[in-house]
Design a protein around this ligand. Structure first.
Ligand SMILES: NC(=O)c1ccc[n+]([C@@H]2O[C@H](COP(=O)([O-])OP(=O)(O)OC[C@H]3O[C@@H](n4cnc5c(N)ncnc54)[C@H](OP(=O)(O)O)[C@@H]3O)[C@@H](O)[C@H]2O)c1
Length: 280
């Protein structure tokens, strides 16, 4: 019996990590492309992250994904950080290079844009001002991606204003911080609205935002994907706004990671989406 030259291996490092949908996703693609390998959950506490990451080359791993708070810690550990990951302030994917060095990238912003383009063909970032609600980790990836895509103005609204100010200072570009109390009014004239807060997620109240002043043509996007149909998206649809859910961001961010580790850029097929939706 002949043996494959290399058993392809990658994983997701976090604590806890069992809830991650990444193994399902990557193992689906490994099988689909006839590649011999496995993507595994790796339960690693943050204080042991450096040792675990440094062990990846010897264990034969092509790389790994990271969950919070490992995403932030890894930034300090890897040998080189991609410029976009540096601006976002987090690494969500590590690539083991041929010389065993570790390269940190962040594909969340790419995944966000690919999902919007898939679900709202013809969408353009430069169509007008974009209101982004939230200033956490998800917001940072979304804001960087929208700016790089040509957004003329980001109106950033966060419950804690200082966090929005920090994001603006660190990322730079045409970002305007709007007080939380003015969030309803900020929607007037917006070309797009993005929720990056945890509001609307299972177990959380809906986002406290009136859509009354949002133009009916504005695209409404939510990065929350549990549930898939958040109260915000349902409200947008009821008044006729086009909308994009958050699951595709998760699915698409995995594609460049798979390509970097295993050499093939996989597709987000309806079958794959259905399989992951069934786990939500
Ligand atoms: N689709 C995807 O692939 C994807 C990727 C990343 C994240 N997400 C989802 O995005 C959501 C946020 O994740 P994250 O990593 O950005 O979290 P995070 O860094 O903890 O940020 C949470 C954000 O929610 C805001 N928030 C929390 N409670 C609030 C409340 N009661 N009222 C108003 N704002 C509130 C926070 O505001 P303060 O600063 O005032 O606390 C902050 O802006 C989660 O549901 C996560 O699952 C999805």
């Amino acid at each position: 019996m002949s043996h494959p030259e290399k058993f392809l291996l990658a994983g997701v490092m976090g604590w806890p990590v069992m809830h991650s949908r990444s193994p399902l996703l990557h193992n689906y693609w490994l099988e689909k492309h006839g590649l011999i390998g496995r993507y595994v959950p790796l339960a690693v506490k943050v204080e042991r992250l450096e040792k675990a990451l440094r062990a990846l080359p010897a264990l034969g791993f092509s790389g790994c994904n990271l969950t919070i708070p490992h995403k932030l810690e890894a930034l300090k550990i890897v040998d080189e950080v991609h410029e976009e990951a540096r601006r976002i302030g987090a690494v969500n994917c590590i690539i083991v290079r041929p010389d065993d060095s570790l390269y940190g990238v962040n594909n969340d912003g790419w995944g966000y844009i690919e999902n919007v383009l898939e679900r709202a063909p013809g969408w353009r970032a430069d169509a007008g001002p974009i209101v982004v609600i939230g200033a956490g980790g998800g917001a940072r990836a979304v804001v960087v991606a929208l700016l790089d895509r040509g957004a003329p103005e980001i109106q950033l609204v966060n419950r804690t204003a200082s966090r929005a100010e920090t994001l603006r200072e660190q990322i730079g570009g045409p970002i305007k911080v709007i007080p939380w109390a003015d969030r309803h009014r900020a929607l007037n004239g917006a070309a797009m609205l993005v929720n990056t807060t945890s509001q609307g997620m299972v177990g959380q109240p809906p986002l406290d935002l009136s859509l009354d002043q949002l133009p009916v043509g504005a695209l409404v996007s939510d990065i929350v994907y549990t549930p898939l149909d958040t109260p915000l998206l349902a409200a947008a649809r009821r008044r006729g706004n086009p909308s994009v859910d958050g699951l595709g961001m998760l699915l698409h961010q995995a594609r460049p990671a798979f390509k970097a580790w295993f050499g093939v850029l996989p597709e987000v097929t309806p079958e794959l989406r259905k399989m992951i939706e069934a786990t939500l």
